[in-house]
Design a protein. Structure first.
Length: 245
């Protein structure tokens, strides 16, 4: 399934569940009454702009009523919070980036802390080809290696840090997944390293942009933007159709 279609279906599904959870876990008669009171108090406040003392009193009542409304709507929010977080985590692991495809080049960038010197000795399994040279010396705290995956599968890439005396100081590794076209599986692609030598290992999976080349002030909306738009449209439409307050 195309990721845009998947996000669309999941956004609609989650919105429907949340709207119905809200409808049946709240007292709609009370919610309607509180919402009407809030609107009336807001209208009254507008009419009292020239009377600060009276306006302050009405504002206090409005805040109290608004707090009651929020407290009554808290229960369905808490119940649906954990499932939504789990779904977001799943989407981030399967939709946020494009996969590495068989036969296409990809790169791995190692970023070191300031002042680190030496060179990297890479190791990689059969099915992966290293194509950008033979020596990989740290320059500007970074090293970039370019690979090509010849066969679909999950692979472990290894990197050994060698100093000027030829000693191996430390080794690291990360996993990559090479897939056929149409698959959405990938690993990482950003691996944070917890030591005082290497900061991160970044694999060049491109971010998934459901809106293609469309940008807003230099920003390319991602899957989260699409999910939020779908959820808002669906939720507001359902609330209006079902007269949910």
């Amino acid at each position: 399934m195309h990721p845009t279609v998947l996000i669309l279906l999941i956004g609609i599904f989650v919105s429907v569940i949340m709207v119905f959870a809200y409808k049946y876990m709240t007292d709609q008669s009370l919610m309607k009454q509180l919402k009407s009171e809030i609107k009336e108090l807001q209208t009254e406040m507008k009419e009292l702009r020239n009377n600060p003392t009276r306006m302050s009193e009405v504002n206090k009542r409005a805040m109290e009523t608004n707090m009651k409304y929020m407290m009554h709507s808290m229960k369905p929010t808490l119940v649906t919070f954990i499932p939504v977080i789990l779904i977001f985590g799943w989407l981030n692991s399967h939709i946020a980036y494009n996969p590495l495809i068989v036969g296409e080049e990809f790169s791995v960038e190692l970023e070191f802390y300031d002042g680190m010197t030496g060179k990297i000795i890479p190791s990689f399994p059969e099915g992966i080809t290293l194509i950008n040279g033979e020596e990989y010396v740290i320059k500007d705290n970074k090293i970039r290696l370019v690979y090509k995956g010849e066969v679909a599968g999950e692979y472990t890439l290894q990197y050994a840090l060698q100093n000027d005396a030829g000693e191996i100081l430390k080794t690291w590794e990360n996993k990559v997944i090479i897939t056929a076209k149409g698959s959405r599986k990938y690993a990482g692609p950003i691996f944070t390293i917890k030591d005082d030598i290497l900061k991160t290992i970044k694999v060049s999976n491109e971010k998934f942009h459901p809106f293609g080349t469309f940008q807003l002030f230099g920003w390319y909306p991602g899957w989260i933007a699409l999910y939020i738009i779908i959820s808002l449209v669906c939720s507001l439409s359902l609330r209006k159709w079902l007269n949910i307050y």
